[in-house]
Design a protein around this ligand. Sequence first.
Ligand code: FAD
Length: 421
Amino acid sequence: MSRGVIWFRNDLRLADNPALMAACAAHDELLPVFIIDPLQHGDSPLGCDRSGPFRRRFLAEGIQSLDRALRAKGTALQVHAGRPADVLERIANLWAADAVHAQRLFAWEEQQQERSVAERLSLRLHAPPTLLLPGDLPFSLEKLPQVFTAFRHKVEARWTVRDAVPEPAAIRSPREWRGKPLDEPWIGAAREDDRAVMRFDGSREAGLLRVKHYLWDTHALSRYKETRNGLLGADYSSKLSPWLATGGVSAREVYREVKRYEVQNGANESTYWLVFELLWRDFFQFTAAKHGADLFKRWGVARKPVSTAWDARRFMVWCEGRTGQPFIDANMRELAATGWMSNRGRQNVASYIVHDLGLDWRMGAWWFERMLIDYDPCSNWGNWQYLAGVGNDPREGRRFDPVRQAGLYDADGAFTRLWNE
Ligand code: FAD
């Protein structure tokens, strides 16, 4: 009789889950676990929790949805709070498990978690949450190109996306294994705002419905390239990033659905562009793997000296949308009220804090980590570095003029009015 722990991380699903599939193949009985690491949700250098109410609610819904799916297969999820190595060691000892199976993650803290677990237990790591697998890339991660365009050209020349892995028919656990839900007080309360672009429900079911809506029900995918810089409404972009961050839906599942859509409705620049954006996501994941802790340091992966200020008063003005710059304020208020901001908005507010307010870009990155429901360490810190000029951007000082940007993307002022009135 062999038992294994399946440690769910950013893969809150049963389908297309290589770690789960491997654990099922290797063991007679599985112990499904999710861990809330207090280091990753507790105090940030800003003096508040690293995860705020919107992000927690979305994650909680994803965890509950995973538990429902596991129960339908004959087992249940235990949610524990603590450092992963401690929690997993306790469970492995208590239940006499032979090994722990988990998704491999690339961000620095997640890599530290893996190292600590591997020091104490037999840890088997499986495919990361990327569209392309590291072993299928035409270069090693150490040789990852510094610039996205070079990366894209190389991977597009040797394109391999694996098929999605099917979900297990049944999962067996020890008869005494009981589920353990997420602590309600931890989730907190996120207030609804009727100006939000949409209600994001973190369950996998809602993620799949969003894919269906964006591709098949509305065909919004076929207009993506023209609408993707929008600011208002649910369909200017896919809005899939929150589920991609928790793994409620995988990048491969989205890719396969786009390909199926192209077969039935024809490919165009827009269908290509969505996959192009998924490549940006991969690029930042691999960048995190290559550069480790530098992704989170002031000097960035470019190791460039930058002098910046850490000024709490100016920072609060930015967070609360009180800078006096209407376009910036509108975006920041949307983030504070809903946990969401468009890509166009993110670029502008990031440029503003760096180039107009002269603040340390990491203050902004920490704030986004707390607020964004789609927070992902690689995408967040990678994009912040890019905007701050210490990342993978071949161009120097990417400054956005918010007045010009508002004129281009909010010409009638509807977005700015919505959040400033
Ligand atoms: P779509 O436009 O529909 O794109 C489809 C998918 O492609 C997205 O869901 C996302 O997974 C990926 N993608 C698109 N643009 C990017 C990009 N620039 N970098 C990486 N992946 C991308 N994205 C996150 O997922 N998490 C973050 O924490 C995050 N922080 C950001 C911080 C800053 C300062 C900036 C400028 C961008 C950040 N992004 C982040 C990237 C991007 O803004 C979001 O992925 C995108 O707005 C999500 O909306 P969507 O799902 O509708 O994207």
